[in-house]
Design a protein around this ligand. Structure first.
Ligand SMILES: Cc1ncc(C[n+]2csc(CCOP(=O)(O)OP(=O)(O)O)c2C)c(N)n1
Length: 550
């Protein structure tokens, strides 16, 4: 069915046509009374629909799809509880700057404001967690609203947009005009950096003794890796990343020193402390990355590159702010350095020594399991959940098969339950790639129902489940800060995750020692379906936390 141009049709049909025009090939959704008119159109359409088992998962799938493909992910829910179930997924995408469009059904216009059945003000609820949201009150508004939504989701700093459409707007007729041009006066994201600031930055860097580069998620979103590496090589500057910046540079890049911050490597933190100039690209100096704002500010001169002017100096005083696209600015900065300062800079050789490695032991611990998987150097997209396993994965998953942007994690909101649906969204986006999920028993349970979605649509993911029968991160915090008084952090051994996978048409293997793990992973890699490798973790090894002083 190809979209018809300039004809009268229902709002639902208009919505379908404009989504087609925007190149949407898949929607992650769940039906209800308020969005059924749209499902009626989707019934025999060219847009693939993935029926999830919980709307939260639809939002995470759209997010995983967006991160793995660089395209806009789309999720769909009904009014009321369907819409509120999307909220955690929308907030997750917002905090990690992931472009998704969420479409919600709404009660009919005449009922709005009457506390009608399944009425909720989802536009009001999502104001602080969307880049933009909108009530669509007539069918004639659908085309400009959808075009605006897709443009805004991707323009400048990416993020989620929500469109709320009453049921009767989907049913009423209007003229479909696909040629409507949308312009947003006043919203013009700055792409190229200010040339004067770039000149100043080049001058500062050319005189720096120990420049370092911190790469955040913005480097990945902007595709700035090549220019970042070029800058690092021009200066001989170490590259450090934030959690969101992991996979911005290849793990075997000789100047790469790992992650900074609370869970960073010693070498990265030493490099930061030695630095006289720090270039932060697409990194927002979050509290977990910086550790001590006071100490951080005194350390070095800062050059901050960010597409979002709101991020400049939000937390750290900056000497040279440059607003714009990270890739574009780094390119301009590199050109400037080569043109004006070629004789002033001598690139330092790459730092010697190994990236922090985990010494593998016989114990079935999380880092040992992750290192074993990492050493296989698989060409894979890796997603994680939230907890100790996430941090171990960020530290020790250093596979050379990890492409830029293919480490997908909930860094900003820290959403347990993100991993499984995000991995399925990533698999939909990248069927050519193997997808691996590293998760914990707490997080996995939060969206475990999506194993049924994986089974239904045959979306294979290798799941490495670290079952320590604990909310390990909580246990660790109680260990460190509450005199080891453990409360509400232990789960009894009453869930057989392999059996749960089998109950949903999949398979898996439970392993109790590290020497069984390799076999189980290999079996999972051979499987054509999602395979759960449940590792019974016998240690309560804490992740290293560092303070600024460490
Ligand atoms: C939705 C949600 N609720 C609560 C938390 C707080 N929290 C952070 S980590 C964690 C424990 C995670 O446990 P698990 O998934 O088993 O991972 P582990 O730490 O054991 O590796 C909790 C409860 C959170 N991040 N997200």
């Amino acid at each position: 069915m190809s979209p018809k141009r300039k004809k009268r049709m229902t709002g639902a049909r208009i919505l379908y046509n404009v989504l087609m025009e925007e190149g949407v090939d898949v929607i992650f959704g769940y039906p209800g009374g308020a969005n059924l008119p749209f499902y009626d159109v989707l019934c025999d359409s060219n847009i693939r629909h993935i029926l999830v088992r919980h709307e939260q998962a639809a939002a995470h799938m759209a997010d995983g799809y967006a991160r793995a493909s660089g395209r806009v992910g789309v999720c769909l829910a009904t009014s009321g509880p369907g819409a509120t179930n999307l909220v955690t997924g929308i907030a997750t995408a917002y905090l990690d700057s992931s472009p998704i469009v969420a479409i919600t059904g709404q009660v009919e216009r005449r009922f709005i404001g009457t506390d009608a059945f399944q009425e909720v003000d989802i536009v009001g609820i999502t104001i602080p967690i969307t880049k933009h949201n909108q009530h669509i009150m007539t069918a004639g508004e659908i085309v400009p609203a959808v075009k605006t939504a897709f443009w805004l989701a991707k323009a400048g700093r990416p993020g989620p947009v929500l469109l709320d459409i009453p049921r009767d707007v989907l049913l009423e007729e209007a003229v479909y005009d696909p040629d409507v041009v949308v312009t947003l006066e006043g919203y013009n994201p700055i792409i190229s950096g200010h040339s004067g600031q770039i000149k100043r930055a080049a001058k500062l860097l050319s005189g720096a003794k120990n420049p370092v580069i911190v790469a955040g998620g913005g480097v990945i979103r902007s595709g700035a890796t090549d220019e970042l590496i070029r800058l690092s090589q021009l200066l001989g500057a170490p590259v450090l990343t934030t959690l969101m910046g992991k996979s911005a540079v290849p793990p075997d890049y000789p100047y790469y020193l790992g992650m900074i911050g609370m869970h960073g490597t010693s070498r990265a933190m030493e490099a930061v402390k030695r630095a006289d100039v720090i270039v932060a690209a697409g990194a927002r100096f979050g509290d977990r990355a910086v550790l001590s704002y006071d100490a951080f500010e005194k350390m070095a001169k800062f050059i901050q590159i960010d597409i979002d002017p709101a991020e400049i100096e939000k937390t750290v005083e900056v000497d040279i702010p440059i607003v714009g696209d990270a890739g574009k600015i780094l390119e301009e900065l590199n050109n400037r350095l080569e043109k004006d300062h070629a004789n002033d800079i001598t690139a330092k050789p790459p730092p010697t020594g190994e990236l922090e490695r985990y010494e593998q032991t016989e114990t079935m611990g999380i880092p040992a399991a992750i290192e074993l998987l990492s050493k296989k150097n698989l060409d894979a997209v890796v997603t994680t959940d939230v907890g100790r396993h996430q941090i171990w994965a960020a530290k020790y998953y250093q596979s050379t098969g990890l492409d830029t942007g293919m480490f997908i994690t909930s860094g900003g909101l820290g959403t347990m339950g993100f991993g499984l649906p995000a991995s399925l969204g990533a698999k939909v986006a990248r069927p050519d790639k193997r997808v691996i999920l590293i998760t914990g028993d707490g997080s996995f349970m939060m969206n475990i129902q999506e194993l049924a979605t994986s089974s239904h649509y045959d979306l294979p993911v290798l799941v490495l489940l670290m079952n320590d029968h604990h909310l390990g991160m909580i246990r660790q915090l109680q260990d460190a800060f509450y005199d080891a008084k453990y409360m509400a952090c232990e789960f009894p051994e009453n869930v057989d995750f392999v059996a749960a996978a089998r109950a949903m048409g999949l398979d898996g293997r439970r392993v109790t020692s590290i020497d069984q793990l390799d076999d189980a992973i290999e079996e999972g890699l051979r499987s054509k379906h999602t395979f759960v490798v449940e590792c019974l973790i016998d240690s309560q090894e804490n992740i290293p936390y560092r303070t600024y002083e460490d």
